[in-house]
Design a protein around this ligand. Structure first.
Ligand code: GTP
Ligand code: SPV
Ligand code: MN
Length: 619
């Protein structure tokens, strides 16, 4: 708990070394922090949480410019943020989270449905009444001496039928400032909610407590449309709009209401002739969604244009027998390391200004730096922990899961239909993961149900986006393993059922940018060059791309991929597209082990798909 009179910051060589997450109350002038909602249900809930957490005061956010300026000024005073050099990165700030708190923590993430079966075999479950009582115990007096912020927000374009209202209570200014970037925040949500005390809205409660990993829990109560997150100040654990609402609660609501909430980017791609398609792609955390969503085609694809609708989450519904997608978010919370003008110029342009950085390095001239940024490393910097850093240091300057939060309007390649309430029609769904071996660069499912099987059995090497081992292959169905808010068997069933309702279903593909050669290096150049794979996918959608039938699906030959202008030899392409039967025998066994581990919830259609796949390998 914060002690009154504690020094606000310590200094090291003139640099702010320690940063705060937990900070004492702030006292806004009249006209700031006093936009109370009028909906009685919201007022009652805030009153209840206030009585429990006992804050010094309550700050009602309205999302205004003035409010933002005030919160930034207070955050700088309290050392929650560092201002970056105004010329180098205008209106941008650095935040450092506690070193024990740098990624999502899946082992303390819970789905609190009335029964364990509803949460299913892939989720941590805990009983709702017991969990409420444990969390209320932790929240009791937790905001003493602090300000409690009430953040109203909407997820989805303002005029979309899918759009949801949420309220997040938090004692973190970093969370408020991030929510302002990541969602449509403030008055817009109060207006949309209106005064109906029975209206649907999400209740989110977040408290940093004392940022102790032992007292860190991220709990979801789908039946109550409620989220309670304590003990963390980091990203997906605390920006409750994102993984918690848009995916975990979202997926639960989506099944109930007949739509889909998916961990997918959405991009538009237009040919030189002006023909446009939209595709959605599910890759696990830190496996390339933001990069793919912002792809710039190589010179060979003159006249082709890729635009971004979303980089992380897609909400999709059926209209006229087709799937239409909206991006519920309003900003990008992206992986920083590896981002450069070479790998992702659109991301670089997006984060040149008005950006909130977390856990990157600070240079002596007030700029930000990270591993993989263009140009030489600085000769000296302050690393993500606040320590001195030089190129000789053994530690990384930026944390591997350091992030930027930037409004999507900063993206030069933003799709013109991003605000369209009805969403964009999806021609193809792409699954993909990080696989050093076995999985070819791209292949196409034979039909929808086979495509669902590709999603259900996809796997990926784990990354720094979640706490735990990095580089271990794990099954991550539809990239939703950490985000599906209900029983995975019912989720697979929902996917199959959606297919039955579609008269023009998207084609389904699987990609792997990460296959490695014998030398341990990536075989595929990736990034902008992924356009070549995207082009084949579009050709298939337009029924004019060549392919050969393989046991795993339709595979392009080297001839079917447009590799013009790319310096790549034929053996390498063969290695990228090859199906190694020995590797695939192991893969098939892993599919079976995975399905078996789910304890009988896998729909029979997918079990049949597995048997057919095994049979095709014997043909
Ligand atoms: P989340 O925000 O965690 O959901 O991640 P994401 O799926 O949006 O991943 P992102 O695009 O941020 O990429 C994660 C990492 O993968 C970065 O370090 C990228 O540089 C790297 N990466 C992205 N695309 C490619 C690619 O085509 N090839 C290779 N080799 N690396 C890539
Ligand atoms: C992910 O892990 O998939 C992310 C980052 O997009 S976080 O918001 O922290 O979940
Ligand atoms: Mn993500």
């Amino acid at each position: 708990m914060i002690q009154r009179g504690e020094p606000l910051h310590s200094c090291l060589n003139g640099h702010l070394r320690f940063m705060k997450n937990v900070a004492p109350a702030i006292f806004p002038p009249n006209g700031i922090g006093d936009t109370k909602p009028t909906n009685q249900a919201v007022l009652d809930w805030v009153h209840e949480i206030g009585k429990l957490t006992k804050p010094e005061n309550i700050f009602w956010c309205d999302g205004s410019e003035r409010e933002n300026e005030f919160l930034i000024a207070e955050s700088l005073k309290q050392n929650v943020l560092i201002k970056l050099d105004e010329k180098k990165v205008p209106r941008s700030y650095l935040h450092r989270s506690n070193p024990n708190d740098v990624a999502r923590v899946e082992k303390v993430t819970f789905i609190c449905t009335p029964t364990k079966e509803e949460a299913g075999p892939t989720n941590n479950w805990s009983e709702p009444a017991e969990t409420y009582s444990k969390l209320y115990g932790l929240l009791n007096g937790a905001m003493r001496g602090r300000t409690m912020f009430v953040v109203p927000y909407i997820m989805g374009p303002p005029d979309s039928p899918l759009t949801k209202v949420g309220f997040e209570i938090t004692d973190s200014k970093y969370v408020v400032l991030s929510m302002r970037i990541m969602t449509r925040m403030g008055k817009i949500a109060l207006d949309r909610l209106g005064n109906d005390p029975k209206a649907e809205w999400n209740r989110g409660v977040h408290s940093l407590l004392d940022v102790d990993p032992q007292r860190r829990f991220i709990c979801h109560f789908p039946q109550d449309n409620t989220i309670i997150s304590v003990g963390s100040g980091y990203g997906g654990n605390v920006l409750l709009s994102k993984k918690c609402l848009a995916l975990r609660i979202g997926s639960y609501l989506a099944r109930k209401q007949g739509w889909m909430a998916e961990h997918m980017l959405i991009l538009g791609v237009e040919s030189p002739q002006g023909k446009k398609h939209y595709v959605a792609a599910a890759f696990p955390s830190a496996c390339g969604k933001t990069n793919f969503a912002m792809l710039i085609p190589p010179a060979h694809f003159k006249g082709w244009k890729v635009t971004t609708v979303g980089d992380d989450i897609a909400w999709m519904e059926i209209r006229d027998g087709r799937l239409f997608a909206v991006n519920p978010e309003n900003g990008y919370f992206g992986v920083v390391p590896g981002t450069s003008y070479k790998s992702n110029p659109n991301a670089m342009k997006s984060i040149e200004h008005d950006t909130l950085y977390t856990n990157v390095a600070l240079t002596d001239d007030g700029d930000v730096w990270w591993e993989g940024k263009d140009g030489p490393p600085p000769t000296h910097a302050i690393d993500w922990r606040g320590n001195d850093w030089t190129p000789d240091s053994k530690e990384k300057a930026a944390h591997p899961n350091s992030r930027f939060a930037t409004p999507m309007r900063n993206n030069p390649a933003l799709d013109p239909n991003v605000e369209k309430g009805e969403g964009v029609p999806i021609s193809a769904i792409i699954f993909g993961g990080r696989r050093s071996d076995t999985v070819p660069l791209v292949y196409e499912a034979f039909d929808w149900t086979h495509g669902v099987y590709l999603g259900a059995t996809m796997a990926s090497e784990t990354t720094a986006a979640a706490a735990g081992t990095v580089g271990k292959v794990r099954r991550d169905p539809m990239a939703m393993l950490p985000f599906c808010g209900y029983n995975i068997g019912d989720y697979f069933r929902h996917w199959i059922d959606i297919g039955k309702r579609l008269t023009s279903p998207p084609l389904i593909f699987n990609v792997n940018w990460f296959r490695k050669g014998a030398n341990g290096k990536f075989l595929w150049p990736g990034f902008g060059e992924n356009m070549r794979v995207l082009k084949w996918i579009l050709d298939r959608c337009e029924q004019n791309g060549g392919a050969v039938k393989s046991p795993v699906g339709w595979l392009p030959t080297a001839h079917d991929l447009d590799l013009g202008g790319l310096d790549i030899d034929h053996t390498r392409v063969a290695d990228l597209l090859g199906i190694d039967h020995e590797e695939w025998q192991k893969e098939l066994a892993a599919h079976k082990t995975f399905f078996d581990s789910l304890g009988g919830v896998v729909p029979k259609e997918l079990q049949e798909q597995r048997e057919q796949l095994v049979a095709r390998f014997k043909e």
